[in-house]
Design a protein around this ligand. Structure first.
Ligand SMILES: C[C@@](O)(CCO)CC(=O)[O-]
Length: 583
């Protein structure tokens, strides 16, 4: 597991002192302070805001039921968890693009001018532009992204794939912004926020080129830092959350989505309306397909929307309401798994024994549907959350060979109702309220019975779904060991995500005493497994009003007890807070 907060860095990684043409790539945990650019070198300085940057986060996810089956068009039940991924985005004042992923030991720097040149040399980038909100063409952009990022065709390490996804999104955003500006007649060399265009530290030679000139104005060189609160590669949605965070921060910075206005938590964080969340989901799912291969797009959907929901490709996403007192535990087997490989494993089995595998998938589908009906019980208002509004569809880029139709999210018409429940602590409508007609002790005991019943039912369905996953060939001995251990406590966990290791989750009986939970945790720890009790069903992607704690902690670590640096931290010298575009 990668410990959160390790290898602290500034929000704004500094440039190295490389020659202006050289791409500087670090795979290191520390960043040298640099004076390149200087604090007053860019007119974008005038865009500083008190909060000092654009901060976005997205939740991790647990697939409760239906992973793999969803790739073949079956139902899955998934929820967000409060182990979030955070991005900080500053605009860069020194003509460089920075990507810092301290938890993955990645520090990368590229020259903006290389991006500009490449864009100028690719006329297809001006013509092959979707004229709706769908994501940029993977076929067109990925080869360019590979070239610019320095990621070779055969690199499959998670670091390379994360960098590739970042570049795909960055080029896509630049391309879409140019296109929009041209359509709006704004391609006149002005910046979108009305400020003067950047001067690249006084070096304007690259701006002389008429082709790159208009591109340059459109692009904000960015310094992006991502911090994970959940371990990568264990099936908890770190790639989905990464892509959702980067997508959102870039789209927002470029003004391709408006500022969010919907309250998402009690700290004043905001989220976007359904149409823009849907754009975020689609772009993120395309980017994530570079990391995980083209699968269902479920992870990006959960990390975008949050909550707990039932997903079936081609059907509206249904938010599930009756989840409030169902506690879950998560156990990290510490076996890193590879989603692409696991999806491939199932595909091979499907080719070899299609009839059997189809039946297994149908069984998983039935399990998910049964779970949906348990968790979809009417609330006190007498019904399920009214969905309607989100109308996005999956692009062909997400489709599997099954050409299954869209994961079509539908807005929580009651977005406000779901949001108010988020604000109330990340939980949706409760069975307690459904039982509000019953009073006092009777109500409590009836409620307890109902919870116990629900737990027993879900516990059993977990056992069945896990067996089906084992039958599909995505089990692992460590997962078996965890299942055997928990079974002694009457708990039947199931693997979550792609399997082949990764994480295992289980429902806990509502009244499980903390001593028992402690015993389970100790037993797992003896076998060197980590256990968490995450909060299920919190909000999706959000923009934070202030610098999140995860970055403040990193600043502290980076600053050290007594800073030996004589200058202000590189971030404050080198960076300009990203523009929060106004509509
Ligand atoms: C294995 C899978 O079902 C879930 C991975 O988190 C793949 C997918 O749905 O994209």
């Amino acid at each position: 597991m990668v410990a959160p907060g390790r290898n602290g860095v500034e929000d704004s990684p500094s440039a190295s002192s490389s020659s202006s043409h050289m791409v500087t790539n670090h795979v290191s945990s520390s960043l040298a302070a640099s004076t390149a650019g200087g604090p007053t070198s860019s007119p974008l300085r005038s865009l500083s805001s008190a909060s000092g940057g654009l901060y976005v986060s997205a939740p991790g996810k647990i697939i409760l039921f239906g992973e793999h089956a969803v790739v073949y068009g079956r139902t899955a039940i998934a929820g967000s968890i409060d182990l979030r991924t955070y991005v900080s985005l500053f605009t860069s004042a020194d003509g460089r693009i920075y990507l810092s992923l301290p938890d993955l030991c990645v520090e990368k720097t590229w020259m903006l001018k290389d991006l500009l040149k490449t864009i100028a040399l690719n006329p297809d980038l001006s013509t092959d532009v979707p004229n709706d909100d769908s994501p940029p063409s993977l076929e067109l952009i990925v080869p360019i992204a590979r070239k610019l990022s320095g990621s070779s065709e055969d690199s499959s390490g998670v670091q390379h794939l994360a960098i590739l996804a970042f570049w795909y999104l960055l080029i896509g955003v630049v391309q879409r912004k140019r296109f929009r500006d041209q359509q709006n007649g704004d391609g006149d060399g002005t910046t979108t926020d009305g400020s003067d265009p950047p001067t690249n530290n006084g070096n304007t030679s690259q701006l002389e080129d008429p082709i790159t000139k208009s591109v340059f104005w459109d692009l904000l060189a960015v310094k992006v830092t991502v911090r994970f609160k959940l371990p990568p590669c264990v099936g908890l949605g770190s790639s989905g959350a990464f892509c959702v965070c980067i997508t959102t921060a870039l789209l927002q910075t470029a003004g391709l989505i408006p500022p969010p206005s919907i309250p998402a938590d009690e700290e004043g964080s905001l989220t976007w309306d359904d149409a823009h969340l849907d754009m975020i989901r689609k772009w993120s799912a395309a980017a994530e397909s570079l990391i995980h291969g083209r699968a269902s797009g479920l992870d990006a959907a959960v990390c975008t929307y949050g909550g707990v929901a039932s997903y079936k490709p081609g059907r509206p996403i249904e938010n599930l309401r009756n989840i409030p007192n169902l506690k879950v535990i998560l156990v990290n087997s510490k076996v890193e798994r590879n989603t692409t490989r696991m999806v491939q494993t199932v595909k091979e089995r499907m080719k070899r024994s299609p009839f059997i595998v189809e039946n297994i998938l149908n069984t998983i589908d039935s399990i998910s549907q049964e779970v949906a009906s348990i968790l979809q019980k009417a609330d006190e208002n007498g019904g399920v959350v009214e969905n309607g509004g989100r109308s996005a569809t999956l692009t062909p880029a997400f489709m599997t060979e099954m050409d299954h139709t869209n994961l079509q999210p539908v807005s929580v018409g009651g977005r406000s109702s779901s949001l108010s429940s988020y604000v109330a602590g990340g939980k949706r409508g409760s069975t307690a309220s459904a039982l509000s007609g019953i009073s006092g002790g009777d109500a409590r005991s009836s409620e307890r019975n109902e919870f116990n019943e629900t737990f027993a039912h879900l516990n059993d369905l977990c056992r069945m779904n896990n067996s089906m996953l084992v039958a599909l060939g995505v089990g692992h001995p460590k997962v078996d060991q965890i299942c055997t251990l928990l079974a002694r406590y009457g708990i039947h966990p199931k693997m979550t995500g792609a399997g082949g290791g990764g994480s295992v989750f289980a429902f806990l009986k509502p009244d499980t005493p903390s001593t028992i939970i402690g015993m389970i945790k100790d037993e797992l720890a003896k076998l060197e497994y980590d256990m968490w009790q995450p909060q299920l069903g919190g909000p999706g992607v959000m923009l934070h009003p202030n610098k999140p704690e995860v970055f403040i902690a990193a600043d502290r670590i980076h600053a050290g007890p007594v800073s030996s640096r004589s200058t202000t931290p590189a971030g404050s010298h080198q960076s300009t807070p990203a523009v929060r575009h106004k509509k």
